[in-house]
Design a protein around this ligand. Sequence first.
Ligand code: ADP
Ligand code: ASP
Ligand code: MG
Length: 411
Amino acid sequence: MALIVQKYGGTSVGSVERIEAVADKIIGYKQQGNDLVVVVSAMSGETNRLTELAKQIDPRARGRELDVLLTTGEQVTIALLSMALQKRGFPARSYTGGQVRILTDDAHNKARILSIDADNIRRDLELGRIVVVAGFQGVDADGNITTLGRGGSDTTGVALAAALKADECQIFTDVDGVYTTDPRVVAEARRLERITFEEMLEMASLGSKVLQIRAVEFAGKYNVPLRVLSSFEEGEGTLITSDDNEEDSVEQAVISGIAFNRDEAQLTINGVPDTPGVAYEILGPVSDANIEVDMIVQNIGADGSTDFTFTVHRNDYEAALEILQNTAEKLGAREVSGNNRIVKLSIVGVGMRSHAGIASRMFEILAREGINILMISTSEIKVSVVVDEKYLELGVRALHDGFDLADDSEE
Ligand code: ADP
Ligand code: ASP
Ligand code: MG
């Protein structure tokens, strides 16, 4: 008998009919003799709807009250799913994050899980119950309701699997696994049978929203066997594995996948003095405003001055621009400019470690399509470029094609 933690995303529980179908699916696993803990998201569109409501009251609504509001979405689905299971004659019990006691820090809207008290759940499992837990939520040490950031139900699932030492964490969603790129953008994208934690973490960090970044971090750290599967069709899905298990695969592909991020914006400050501490003077105030900086490029000009360009999340663009304008005045910089119509395209693969020339091949593919590269950044297992947003689809398709990702010869 195995202990399985399953997570069903918004589309999978998007209507009463789908919730009933999920109940049938869960019962199938239960009847095979498994113990089940099920994490659910809000019904699809619900978290967006609630966010919109809050914005109608206050466009800048955030913090504690927003969390109280957003967590209602998941509370609806845990109750409905538990009712559907009970109707079918299977004892089930719903829990909010606070009722389990998923303890988080107090960073409202993007809280981190600190610990999970799983005693209630263990007791229910011993009594033969199916346990249904609200994803995306927890409580801080003072009992305030918190949320884990968009897509956070994945993290609830993985964290519960780690706490319960589950045999597997299964993420059920509206695609049948992790693909070489978002199948909504490239129809020829191919499902991967496996991907390493390291690659999945890069893919998630670089914009593939199929799994929340923290869920992958957690799974890697606690070695939780993690699988992404379809709620709607049978299949093996994609197994996220550690490197060690990769040895038995015949030939490792150099590039595993292509990620993209539409949420980028670029800012440039031209003609700042080329002196020690200038990077800190530019980026210090940005980070003090809690704005995360992603890529950074500095060019030394011939006249002894420096041009400095960096990227931030598109939501932070206006705030970052204002800060930069203040900094420009202080430093006597020549000008400040920005562009919030850019995107980041990335190729990811552990195979890059042992293959040279991957970056230049990427640049060649983009050049053939006439796509101008604005910024470049590389690490051991990825290459990212910033391009104009109008090239997103063209660029992703060209790279997918150019690196032969649709061809499944290596599997
Ligand atoms: P859920 O509501 O189940 O959490 P999400 O919308 O968060 O589902 O994640 C699933 C979606 O992720 C898919 O519908 C797909 O469009 C998108 N996606 C992005 N990149 C990938 C990828 N590489 N492989 C599979 N799906 C991807
Ligand atoms: N309902 C939340 C969201 O839409 C959490 C999740 O679905 O994972 O972001
Ligand atoms: Mg999701």
